[in-house]
Design a protein around this ligand. Sequence first.
Ligand code: LP5
Ligand code: MN
Length: 243
Amino acid sequence: MNTFFISDLHLCNERPQTTALFNQFLGDIAGSAKALYILGDLFEYWLGDDQLDHDPLAQAIARSLSAVSHAGTRVHFMHGNRDFLIGERFCREAGLNLLDDPTSIAVDGKSLLLMHGDTLCTDDVAYQEFRHQVRDPSWQAAILAKPYAEREALARTIRSRSDVEKSMKADAIMDVNDGTVAATLQTHSYPTLIHGHTHRPAHHEHLVDGHRCERWVLADWHDTGAALVHSPAGFAVHTISAP
Ligand code: LP5
Ligand code: MN
């Protein structure tokens, strides 16, 4: 049975074609795949689980995901930098198993390390400082206590600040740091690393302490989708296009 890995769908009301591709993909794999791992940035942004009460898209995605786990495919989710406020309620309603970042798993005897990928971008110091702040539980509790509309406005401010700052950052700064990748592979006993975030889909090889480690970078979704699939025959990239 196959295991699927996806990330960076950035689902939102402005891109209904991506939501349609996602629903098509879920319909194709439901019940026939062993597991689906969503490695962050499923949503363009997540303001807290009360988004389920305000955003019909959030409710619809929860229903589609829940149908997949009811069909017998276990669905796992890891936070990304856009949807780190997804909490217990959304996971329960969508039937998701929430994973830590990083998480180690074994698939068909192979050791895999799963990450969103943002923590590997250690040259992006401004982002890492921002991340440190927004992942702080007391910051999150204070934010979640604010009215939904206020959080929406604040998220818009952060998004535009982020876009301005990104336009001034060199491309290389926004990619993973090779030393951080090597140290991560070493700490986790030289697994195959799977992550997203950078929107630079690729299959890399890293030689670390004499161990040849693979690193799969997942693609972001727009007018087509992409999933990394592991079968007993190995890894393959599966493209999802509109019919
Ligand atoms: O996602 P992407 O690729 O565009 O950019 C990321 C980094 N940016 C971010 C910020 C997110 O886009 C914002 C997500 C908002 C939605 C969640 C809202 C939840 C909060 C609820 C309401 C408060 O992650 C970007 C990286 C890039 O990846 C590549 O790795 O470079 O990092 C930045 O640009 C960060 C800036 O360098 C520094 C942050 C400035 C924001 C300051 C905000 C001021 C308001 C204070 C509130 C905390
Ligand atoms: Mn991301």
